[in-house]
Design a protein around this ligand. Sequence first.
Ligand SMILES: C[S@@+](CC[C@H](N)C(=O)[O-])C[C@H]1O[C@@H](n2cnc3c(N)ncnc32)[C@H](O)[C@@H]1O
Length: 360
Amino acid sequence: MASIILYCRPGFEKECGAEIQEKAAWNEVYGYLELKKNEGLVYFHLNNAEEGDQLINTMPLKRLIFARQWFLSVTDKLDLPDYNRVEAITEALGADWQYADLRMETADTNDGKALTKFCRKLAVPLRQALRKSGSLTEKGDKDGAILHALFLSGSEVILGYSYAHNTSLHVMGIPRLKFPNSAPSRSTLKLDEAFLYFIPKDEWDERLTSGMNAVDLGSAPGGWTYQLVRRGMMVTSIDNGAMAESLMETGQVKHKMMDGFKFVPMKKNNYWLVCDMIEKPQRVAKLMAEWLLRGDCKEAMFNLKLPMKGRYQQVNEDLQTMKDMFNHYKVKYELYAKHLYYDREEVTVHARVFSPLPEF
Ligand SMILES: C[S@@+](CC[C@H](N)C(=O)[O-])C[C@H]1O[C@@H](n2cnc3c(N)ncnc32)[C@H](O)[C@@H]1O
């Protein structure tokens, strides 16, 4: 049976499952879910394999909030022998299809992490064998398919593919970012990942560049401000908490100790608004939409903290609030949300409007 297999943060299988089932149904693709708590994997077993192919080809992965990565299975779970694993995998794949790349993957769990070394070792002979059999093309083909080998253990694997134009660039959808030693908090990685994920690199010169002005709401001790400063921006940081001295010394940061909901910039010269305030997500979503509609920023990157229960529903409601506000004022906008790797009980949202309202 063909299944779409999705990778998510362990503990978020229910949200990831509910989302794929709902969004697949909008595309008239139906199936049933299989998930185990804290495994970080969701199996969406399809009634019809061809529909699954259509879905992973045309429904943007970017539209899924809780899935980091996905693929369509071409085999059921294969039991591998202790020896000749490479031959067993090559044989199971057959020679009908060609793939542009191979991803050796596991679940994002401790058991999965324990398989990393095994996967690395097996990757070399497997790549060679797949090249020889013609399953793997010599050079990466941007329009081709990516072969996924999901190892559930050293003796169990599921094979499948995603389309190169609609897949995560990273193995298991996880970018490995290095924590900068001089950053004041680990939260810095959340904004670093968000910029990488939401803003295409070839647009950084226009959209993420030095000389821009930015506002950071809920900024202390300064992990997010650090990301803006390191890109050469001038930042107004709003928080009653203290900012790291090292950031203040750069001369690029103005710190205002006040409520982020009350701060209104004097000039309309801010390009970025970023916000990591621990506050009710409904309030934050509304605040972000107001900034964008007023033209007080051009783009906003922010976190919506998730409640204990009804997490998928809550995010949908908050995004809907923003869409309703943008639609009410008939502005063109872009709005994406993702549960990024460095996020925990929160999702990251990127929003921008193309024609703010001077009279809002
Ligand atoms: C998760 S921390 C931010 C961490 C920061 N992004 C970093 O990278 O270092 C949340 C911050 O939001 C601030 N905060 C919460 N509610 C706020 C409000 N209404 N106005 C301003 N700051 C607020 C808190 O003081 C806290 O410092």
